[in-house]
Design a protein around this ligand. Structure first.
Ligand code: DGL
Length: 257
């Protein structure tokens, strides 16, 4: 079983890529909905949650973990790996490298939660992979919560997206990195503002390829999906069609817990 987790619904964007790359693998998706969003919490709190959810997934039989959350990865992936030395752990980090390599203007933006914005891991990623380009880090408070409530066409959200993205485009940004897995579900709104001026960079497929390399025998299962959540588990299944992931319903097993 492959365990995939996030603070809430955002990691479903990664799960969709994983399910495509590993069609016969069995997945447990865990949404920590009792504590979402992580992005406005202290690092110690986020780390505590990641270690607890990770331990729960391992105890329930997961032998590969995918931390489908940038905020959780920057805060706790090292601690999680140290806690489970025998279990491969794949994290999600903003696609600074592909964005910097493909940018023609030499200016890229990275959209992140507040916790990711202040992390030393993000600074290191930028130093390592984007030394030759200008990087604008844009924290986007509230966006993940809009995704959680499935208010994706809320005019207040659309206005905030425009307010944050237009100045970046005016500064010449031609790559916009989705540095939070929730923001994949805001791609239509972001495209509507960016048009041809900037491409969105999402690493979900790259994360799925990395999990595929590490999956070994886990690639050969029954193609099942178990959904779990720390609060309102029933909302997870209901969210699938709303997020255009209705095709994942065919994999669902048992009750949602
Ligand atoms: N989906 C998460 C990420 O990739 C965090 C959203 C949140 O809980 O604030 O950063």
């Amino acid at each position: 079983m492959i365990g995939v987790f996030d603070s809430g619904l955002g990691g479903l964007s990664v799960l969709a890529a994983l399910a495509q790359a590993l069609p016969a693998a069995d997945f447990t998706y865990y949404a920590d909905t009792a504590h979402v969003p992580y992005g406005n919490k202290e690092d110690g709190f986020i780390q505590g949650r990641v270690l607890e959810v990770g331990a729960d997934l391992v105890a329930s039989g997961c032998s590969l973990l995918v931390v489908a959350c940038n905020t959780a990865t920057v805060a706790a992936v090292q601690a999680l790996r140290a806690m489970h030395p025998g279990i491969p752990v794949v994290g999600v980090e903003p696609g600074i490298k592909p964005a910097a390599q493909s940018s023609r203007s030499g200016r890229i933006a990275v959209l992140v939660t507040e916790a990711t914005a202040r992390s030393s891991r993000l600074k290191r990623l930028i130093d390592e992979h984007a030394g030759m380009v200008d990087v604008f880090v844009e924290p986007c408070p509230g966006w993940a919560t809009h995704v959680e409530t499935l208010h994706l066409d809320d005019p207040v959200l659309a206005a905030d997206v425009r307010r944050r993205i237009e100045p970046l485009l005016d500064r010449g940004v031609d790559r916009i990195v989705l540095g939070c897995t929730h923001y994949s579900f805001l791609a239509p709104l972001l495209h509507a503002v960016a048009g041809e001026r900037a491409e969105l960079v999402d690493v979900a497929d790259a994360v799925a390829r990395q999990a595929q390399r590490l999956a070994g025998h886990l690639a050969q299962g029954d193609g099942r999906l178990h959904l779990r959540a720390s609060a309102h588990p029933e909302r997870l299944r209901a969210a699938l069609p709303r997020l255009h992931l209705g095709h994942l319903e065919a994999r669902l097993i048992g009750g949602i817990t």
